[in-house]
Design a binder for this molecule. Structure first.
Ligand code: SF4
Length: 760
């Protein structure tokens, strides 16, 4: 039997701390995922549902975007995938009676964990202007309200259409089409906050803003460098791929300020050795780098490669690249002492890394938010491209760039045109196919959308999924900005903080989850998604929907478009809603790589999108070649008595969704307000383990921001570098503190001081 949601809110968390673990997964992970799944779904539903996750005839895990191998295990999911599925397929329901019992003023004081634990949203709800209670509303009335508010705008750019990474290709394609027919490119998405820096750097250097490796490349690599990434929590099945790579003889270098259990040793729960044995050690060399030191590290490695006779792949460099001379001059200027200061590494560390790099013929670099959320994230990733180009490590098996995406269709949504700066060729194709003139002016990304809301220039905020106010920086500023909107609308499966920080009016539109059957007029539908490696495949839910009042995301967009656009639109929205294959036919005509979409996606496992650098060593850049770049080396500095802080996730957390209050691998239980500090730094700051402190971020304009009441945890981080969970620490990140070029909030290098505090 499934358990009930918590009645009391554990917002006053009280962390218990033990030593960090040195191995991930194994039996404990299996037991933990089953406990959470049974608690949310009951035993029978747990078994039926989990056996369909990531299967060729099943549904795509709503967790991260890690790809599935062609040959699937019966249990093709990880602990965190099981948690994501359990929360979606939960038997708990949030009904109108819940909203009658809980005014918004009450819900606004609840923790994100408590809100999420209440279960699935069961009915469309409306918060009228001046009201404190959401009330049930019909779908028709909900669409009328949105249309009224859109009609009242002085121009289409006063509306913002946000997308989170769960949205299917079909829904995303129609959503951007609706926004553009309405007249705006205001299509910010969660990519703006995660891999925008990767997209910016890769588009400029190799001509496509996506990774160049497939799953089998990881299995063939000689060397895999995992930088700024914690796969054990954020993409757990990546550990299986790393284990397989090791079995094939690969070496792994891990570059991170924190040691992470998953990268130390992996106990694969899919085999007996992992379940009962000691597991597989993964990392061969751990470079415990200071926050933001990665560009300096790769620049020096590049110099050392250039100085090693025969190490540069001159044939590749000559035939396929541009800008080598300028880059070489910059690389030769890399200085050992500067690099050791920026990275906190030793000469021996770097020499050992170089030896492994030179011994490898096929090298892959993987990364995630640890690289993308710095002010100098884009030049850092460009330097990684330089590193790979030097030895011809792009466009051959077992080699390439591998930015690992954290949400199941975040990459696909971008492919479908969810982007505030669409390419002219995409808009031309849209215009030709649908016979309207799309807006050509660039729209707002996430940070600019918050500014527009703050300044009263945006008045309607529509979110297709996600938890905008918890995912974004500068919490107080963002929440105040959202409250200025005339109307906020959230298409959601579960309750979150963004439903209780509202505009003058608000709507909650409950939608189907991935696990659920999607039945339309022409019969059962499936949707498609794209994983982190450009594989597109079908996803079919089987469960009865959580409520008869739910609509699919696709249906919501179609009905909204019909109501809001009326006769202005000649797009066959009703046909699209009735039969998703008709949407795929249009995608096939608009987006390169999706030709014959319906037939190809009918193949079990789907198909791989083309990727010119990987497939043919051709680079669709402005120069027609892969571009070396030579940006100045940067790294963050913390003055005396200050630390650098990175925000991160706990293990019981998926993006902004909090599954529980534990971070098992790091030894934290029953609490989230912790700050991890190296014991020597803590001693210098006169902070004992267990002391309580406020975290105060300091900015060059003299302003500061405060997050109160964090328990100090002595932890083996890199010296000078602290860590604490988001969204609790988003309040410390100013809206204007973003990565150059990509405008991604730079949440990984905040200068902070720790001030003694009374226990919260
Ligand atoms: S690795 Fe990611 S996609 Fe795979 S089961 Fe785990 S959370 Fe889901």
């Amino acid at each position: 039997m499934a358990g009930k949601p918590p009645t009391s809110d554990p917002v006053q968390d009280a962390p218990d701390v033990t030593a960090p673990q040195h191995a991930a997964a194994g039996l404990t992970a299996v037991a933990h995922s089953l406990r959470i799944a049974n608690d949310q779904m009951g035993v029978r539903r747990t078994a039926l549902t989990l056996l369909k996750v990531n299967q060729k005839d099943g549904f795509d895990c709503p967790g991260c975007a890690w790809p599935e191998p062609d040959k699937r295990h019966a249990a093709e999911f990880c602990e965190n995938g099981a948690k994501a599925v359990a929360e979606e397929a939960t038997l708990r329901r949030v009904t109108p009676a819940f909203f009658a019992d809980h005014p918004v003023s009450d819900l606004a004081n609840r923790s994100g964990y408590w809100l999420g634990q209440q279960g699935r949203l069961a009915q469309p709800m409306h918060l009228a202007e001046g009201a404190d209670h959401y009330e049930p509303v019909t779908w028709q009335r909900a669409f009328d309200i949105i249309a009224e508010e859109l009609d009242a705008l002085t121009g289409p750019d006063e509306a913002v259409f946000y997308t989170s990474g769960r949205t299917s290709n079909e829904a995303a394609f129609l959503y951007q089409l609706f926004a553009r027919e309405f007249g705006t490119n205001n299509l910010p998405d969660c990519s703006n906050m995660c891999h925008e820096s990767s997209g910016s750097a890769l588009t400029e250097t190799i001509g496509i803003g996506k990774g160049s490796v497939l799953l089998e490349d990881l299995h063939k690599a000689d060397l895999i460098i995992v930088a700024g990434q914690n796969p054990g929590t954020n993409h757990p099945r990546m550990l299986s791929a790393l284990e397989k790579a090791k079995a094939g003889g690969a070496k792994i270098i891990t570059v991170n300020p924190l040691p992470e259990a998953g990268l130390e040793r992996f106990k694969n729960p899919q085999n007996a050795r992992g379940l009962s044995g000691v597991g597989t050690p993964l990392t061969d060399l751990f470079l415990q780098i200071r926050l933001g030191g990665d560009q300096a590290l790769f620049r020096l490695l590049n110099r050392l490669i250039i100085e090693t006779e025969g190490a540069v792949d001159t044939g590749f460099v000559t035939a396929h690249t541009h800008g080598y001379e300028e880059f070489e001059t910059a690389a030769r200027a890399a200085d050992w002492d500067d690099t050791l200061r920026a990275t906190g590494l030793t000469r021996d560390d770097i020499q050992r890394a170089l030896d492994m790099v030179l011994a490898s013929r096929r090298t892959i670099v993987c990364w995630a938010m640890g690289l993308t959320q710095h002010k100098h994230a884009v030049p850092t990733i460009r330097e990684i491209v330089n590193f790979l180009l030097l030895r011809g490590n792009i466009g051959r098996p077992g080699a390439g760039v591998c930015p690992v995406r954290g949400h199941s269709n975040v990459q696909g949504d971008r492919t479908m045109g969810i982007f505030e700066r669409p390419a002219p060729a995409f808009l031309d194709a849209l215009e030709k196919e649908f016979g309207f003139a799309p807006p050509r002016e660039h729209g707002l990304d996430v940070v600019r959308a918050i500014r527009a809301l703050r300044d009263g220039q945006a008045k309607v905020f529509f979110a297709m999924g996600g938890n905008f106010v918890s995912a974004t920086p500068d919490t107080d500023v963002t929440e105040a900005a959202v409250r200025r909107a005339r109307l906020t609308v959230h298409v959601s499966t579960k309750l979150n903080r963004s439903h209780v920080v509202t505009g003058a009016r608000a709507l909650i539109l409950p939608t189907l989850g991935r696990t659920e059957r999607d039945r339309q007029a022409s019969g059962d539908q499936f949707v498609t998604v794209e994983d982190s490696m450009g594989m597109v495949h079908a996803s079919r839910g089987r469960l009865k929907p959580a409520s008869p009042h739910l609509l699919s995301e696709t249906a919501i967009v179609c009905r909204l478009a019909r109501r809001a656009l009326g006769t202005r639109s000649t797009t066959p929205w009703e046909t699209f809603e009735n039969d998703y294959a008709t949407i795929r036919d249009r995608i096939a005509r608009v987006i390169p790589g999706f030709e014959d979409f319906n037939n190809r996606v009918a193949e079990p496992g789907g198909f791989t999108l083309p990727h010119a650098p990987r497939d043919s060593r051709t680079f669709p850049t402005t120069t027609g070649k892969a571009n070396f770049t030579a940006a100045p080396v940067e790294h963050p500095h913390a003055p005396e008595g200050r630390l650098l802080l990175q925000t991160l996730r706990s293990h019981d957390q998926y993006n902004t969704t909090i599954y529980g209050l534990d971070d098992r691998y790091r030894g934290i239980k029953n609490g989230r307000r912790v700050v991890l500090v190296h014991p020597d730094d803590a001693a210098e700051l006169h902070l004992a383990d267990g002391d309580y402190t406020d975290i105060v971020s300091e900015w060059t304009d003299g302003t500061e921001r405060r997050a109160p009441g964090f328990r100090v945890v002595h932890y083996p981080t890199a010296r000078g570098c602290a860590a604490a969970y988001y969204p609790e620490t988003n309040v410390l990140v100013p809206l204007d503190h973003t990565a150059d070029t990509s405008n991604t909030p730079a949440s990984k290098s905040l200068v902070i001081r720790l001030e003694a505090a009374r226990r919260a």
